[in-house]
Design a protein around this ligand. Structure first.
Ligand code: GRF
Length: 210
């Protein structure tokens, strides 16, 4: 599949940067057509500007009707000829119209091993604090499909990191983030190579070179 990506991000954009680096290094066959953010001051917009990739802030609070917000997102996706969406720290629920139009072509990365430590309100440092508080021995990252609920779509790739005795939420977050930067481009490349098959909740990764 020829991946024409939209990256949706609200923050610093390190996963977006990892995707760009993977494309530049030819580890990922894809093109980022547009970056959409729900915050006009998000760092990710600057990264896009430097990389000369169209970047647009669409702030939900500026729309009185949620449906108009959804249409504004869809209009950008059409305008930039997007066929696949990668969420990378996007802090708004994706409108149902977008989920439906991009079913199985809409993915997210979460900084824990889902279904643990996910769901509404589980983002940023809260995730790592909860992992440490529970006493887990491993954490990790999950690339998963997006469906109508928070963090509930089937996992595509997951990778573990150890939790160490003296970890703080910051040190654990950094270890997980390094893994995120590996598995997000890898997961996208599996789509580029048509190696993903979805059977119910099981996402099967086919062998390469077929
Ligand atoms: C990442 O930890 C990702 O797992 C989560 O949001 C964070 C985004 O970080 N969904 P960045 O903006 O890509 O640096």
């Amino acid at each position: 599949m020829n991946l024409r990506l939209a990256v949706f991000a609200s923050g610093r954009g390190s996963n977006f940067q990892a995707i760009l680096q993977a494309i530049a290094a030819q580890r990922l066959q894809a093109q980022v057509m547009v970056v959409l953010s729900n915050r006009a001051e998000a760092g990710v917009l600057q990264i896009a500007q430097v990389a000369q990739i169209p970047a647009v802030a669409i702030e939900e609070k500026r729309f009185t009707e949620f449906a108009d917000y959804a249409h504004a997102l869809l209009a950008q996706l059409t305008k930039h000829d997007v066929n696949f969406i990668a969420l990378a720290g996007f802090m708004r629920k994706i409108p149902i119209e977008v989920v439906r139009q991009f079913r199985h072509r809409l993915v997210n990365i979460h900084p824990a091993l889902l279904p643990s430590f996910g769901g509404k309100g589980m983002y940023g440092h809260r995730v790592h604090e909860a992992v440490l508080e529970y006493g887990c021995k491993v954490s990790g990252a999950t690339v998963h499909f997006v469906d109508e609920e928070y963090d509930s779509g089937p996992p595509i790739l997951q990778r573990c990191v150890p939790v160490l005795n003296d970890d703080t939420p910051e040190t654990l977050a950094a270890r997980v983030l390094a893994i995120e930067h590996q598995i997000y481009p890898e997961a996208l490349q599996l789509f580029a190579e048509n190696r993903i098959r979805v059977e119910g909740r099981r996402v099967k990764i086919l062998e390469g070179n077929f």
